[in-house]
Ligand binder design. Structure first.
Ligand code: IDP
Ligand code: MG
Length: 139
């Protein structure tokens, strides 16, 4: 996969609150092309695998519970400098520290329930994309 792609999830809180349309609008308006997208729900095993890097953290159980409690929108996005630009668009992990106008500032409730995921590197964008999508689901 080219390095101009990133992976995102609109997390269960964003779906529950009806923010999917508004968040996708911001993503489109920021120049990202949707390469792949689906509504899906992570199993406990999925979430434990996806977030394995955090398994020793005190919030790991809470994170798995949150990420599996309802459907998410998973998507692959394409744009020059996608990983970094998408992290800028979503804002800091803690919405209290997120810049004005960012997705987390607008839609996140807390550091745990923060509305949206964005890959933190090109390598992880590829790993996370292929975790959720087969080649025939990417366009
Ligand atoms: P990121 O999503 O901004 O990359 P990470 O540090 O990779 O942030 O953490 C992954 C996810 O774990 C966060 O998006 C958030 O949902 C959750 N999380 C991170 N830190 C905390 C915390 O201190 N308490 C509860 N949940 C947290
Ligand atoms: Mg992260």
């Amino acid at each position: 996969m080219a390095t101009n792609r990133t992976f995102t999830m609109l997390k269960p809180d964003a779906v529950e609150k009806g923010h999917v349309g508004a968040i996708l609008e911001k993503i489109n308006a920021s120049g990202f092309r949707i390469v792949a997208m689906k509504l899906t729900q992570m199993t406990k095993n999925d979430a434990e695998t996806f977030y394995a890097i955090h398994k020793e953290r005190p919030f790991f159980g809470e994170l798995v519970e949150y990420m599996t409690r309802g459907p998410i929108v998973a998507a692959i996005l394409e744009k020059d400098n996608a990983v970094e630009d998408f992290r800028t668009l979503i804002g800091a992990t803690n919405p209290a520290e997120a810049a004005e106008g960012t997705i987390r500032k607008l839609y996140a409730a807390s550091i745990g329930e923060n509305a949206v995921h964005g890959s933190d590197s090109d390598d992880n964008a590829l790993i996370e994309s292929t975790f959720h999508f087969s080649g025939r689901e990417m366009f």
